[in-house]
Ligand binder design. Structure first.
Ligand SMILES: Cc1cc2nc3c(=O)[nH]c(=O)nc-3n(C[C@H](O)[C@H](O)[C@H](O)COP(=O)(O)OP(=O)(O)OC[C@H]3O[C@@H](n4cnc5c(N)ncnc54)[C@H](O)[C@@H]3O)c2cc1C
Length: 497
């Protein structure tokens, strides 16, 4: 690194060492190896917030089983537009990870990804009718080729015995299954990406250092004030800044003072899992089984019973039970929410509080839940569960985005938003869904926003080498879709539907 008046000078400073920053850094180093990149992380290691294995559900979200992505229209038909978008976004991640495995940058796919069928499961006649329609619509599209449907207790028991054992044989149930799904350890993947970066010239990572402030430089670019252990301060000068700080991104975006940050606020949702590491139980379940959301619940708190593979061991994970905490990071401060309130976001915040009463009611109910309620919810999914097999684990914190809508009040969003300065020298990532699964798709948007000239002028051939479907629409190109899925399944050792 070159020094300028004692300060580090880099092409891009990335704040946060989670899956987003490391994905962007690896992509950029592949595209332009001489770029100087620095990651600054407040915690002592990578992936200790949302990207950590136990802080998220590890679903390779391809919108196979998450019912919130396929709402029913007023006329009773199924709207699968959002599901299809997410489905093919995940294909970009599969292609990038395959490229890295083939190149030897990731030693083995089994270090972070495992084949786990994705299932939806519903438990009454009305939901059964919905799932039947949903399956008819989805399985007719090539992206969902191979999706199976059943209302038959014995067949569903064959797919997922724990869910059916001890269930009333007269209960209306239905399930879909797609065997090409995946469980992903995003924490392990982040570590693999970082290991690959650390071997490269012009890359550095600094742990236990927080970015506490950032200022525009008169000549262009940014000055970052960084504080390390013992309140030791240093300065980083950067041509570009990426705020991949998860729940910490909003406050840094506000400190940047860019006009594009105005009106944004955050709505934190915390989570709790139940998890089971009993081998004889975990070995009898091989699926991620997503249910139907309770009324008023945020879409990401749909209960699901998941196979997880973490550090070579199989687990069962159930939840998340949502809750409310004013922290923006799991290891954040209770003052995060009050400190984020500004003159420009108070109205959107109040409007969201006024307009989302069912959600608030739901979250309060979840916070007040006793353990016995949590076990009751699990028992609906897995009737034969033994309380002694399960323990509570705290999930990561999600900060949902609130911003001014057209009526200049406020809107709560459950997706991800890229906010960048007009000159594209600063970009921040807000929100958390669909999340880590679509990191590559999100980072391509970051490249398109902030490095447009280089991308259009030089990088497209290399991007096509890494992501053969780049520039094509897998939703309409069935042959290419089948080809990239077969190729990536072989490299990542996933199943083909
Ligand atoms: C309960 C839950 C379940 C989820 N399930 C899934 C799932 O099944 N599939 C999926 O794809 N996604 C899932 N997600 C979403 C996914 O985890 C996130 O989208 C993803 O991990 C975000 O990565 P990130 O790198 O942006 O953030 P993080 O991993 O949170 O990393 C941000 C980093 O920035 C650091 N930081 C913050 N402020 C500063 C600062 N000022 N200075 C320096 N460093 C700073 C933090 O310490 C942290 O390490 C889930 C999330 C949650 C919470």
């Amino acid at each position: 690194m070159t020094e300028s008046n004692g300060a580090q000078e880099v092409d891009l400073a990335l704040v946060g060492a989670g899956i987003m920053s490391t994905t962007l850094a690896v992509l950029l180093k592949e595209l332009q190896p001489h770029l100087k990149l620095e990651i600054i992380e407040r915690l002592p290691g990578e992936a200790q917030e949302s990207s950590g294995a136990w802080n998220n559900a590890g679903t390779g979200h391809a919108a196979n089983c998450e019912l919130n992505y396929t709402p029913m229209r007023a006329d009773g038909s199924i709207d699968m537009a959002k599901a299809l978008e997410v489905n093919v976004e995940f294909d970009l991640s599969r292609q990038f990870w395959s490229y890295l495995v083939k190149k030897g940058a990731i030693a083995s796919p089994e270090d972070f990804i495992h084949p786990v069928p994705h299932m939806s499961f519903v438990m009454n006649a009305e939901h059964q009718a919905f799932l039947r329609k949903r399956h008819a619509a989805m399985s007719a599209h090539h992206c969902y080729h191979g999706m199976e449907y059943s209302e038959d207790h014995a067949e569903i028991a064959d797919w997922t015995p724990l869910i059916m054992e001890g269930r009333d044989p007269n209960q209306h149930v239905a399930a879909t299954r797609i065997v090409s799904g995946a469980d992903v350890n995003y924490g392990a993947l982040t570590s693999q990406l970082l290991k690959h970066l650390e071997g490269q010239e012009g890359f550095s990572v600094h742990f236990s250092q927080s970015v506490v402030d950032l200022h525009r430089r008169p000549a262009g670019g940014w000055r970052l004030d960084v504080e390390g252990p013992g309140a030791v301060k240093r300065t980083v000068l950067a041509r570009h800044v990426f705020l991949g700080a998860g729940g910490g991104a909003l406050s840094l975006l506000q400190k940047s003072g860019i006009p594009e940050a105005r009106g944004y606020a955050g709505f934190p949702v915390s989570g709790i899992w139940l998890r089971c590491g009993e081998t004889e139980v975990a070995e009898r379940h091989a699926a991620k089984v997503y249910g139907m959301a309770a009324t008023g619940s945020p879409p990401m708190s749909v209960p699901h019973l998941d196979t997880r593979v973490i550090d070579g061991k199989r687990w069962l994970l159930f939840g998340p039970y949502a809750g409310f905490s004013t922290k923006f990071l799991k290891r954040g401060s209770l003052f995060d929410l009050p400190r984020s309130v500004r003159r420009d976001n108070i109205l959107p915040l109040l409007a969201v509080a006024r307009d989302n009463f069912p959600l608030e009611e739901y979250l309060v109910g979840q916070v007040l839940q006793r353990s016995s309620h949590r076990y009751d919810t699990l028992r609906e999914f897995y009737p034969g569960m033994r309380v002694s097999d399960w323990e509570l684990a705290v999930a990561g914190q999600r900060v949902q985005i609130i911003h001014k809508d057209k009526a200049r009040t406020g809107k709560l969003e459950f997706g991800t938003e890229i906010v960048h300065s007009a000159d594209s020298s600063m970009v921040a990532l807000l929100g958390a869904s669909p999340g880590a699964s679509t990191a590559v798709w999100i980072m391509l948007h970051v490249l398109e926003s902030c490095f447009h000239e280089a991308l259009v002028g030089h990088w497209v051939p290399k991007i096509r080498e890494m992501l053969p479907s780049y520039g094509h629409d897998l939703k309409t190109d069935a042959a290419l879709c089948a080809r990239v899925r077969a190729e990536t399944a072989e490299v990542l050792k996933l199943d083909v539907a």
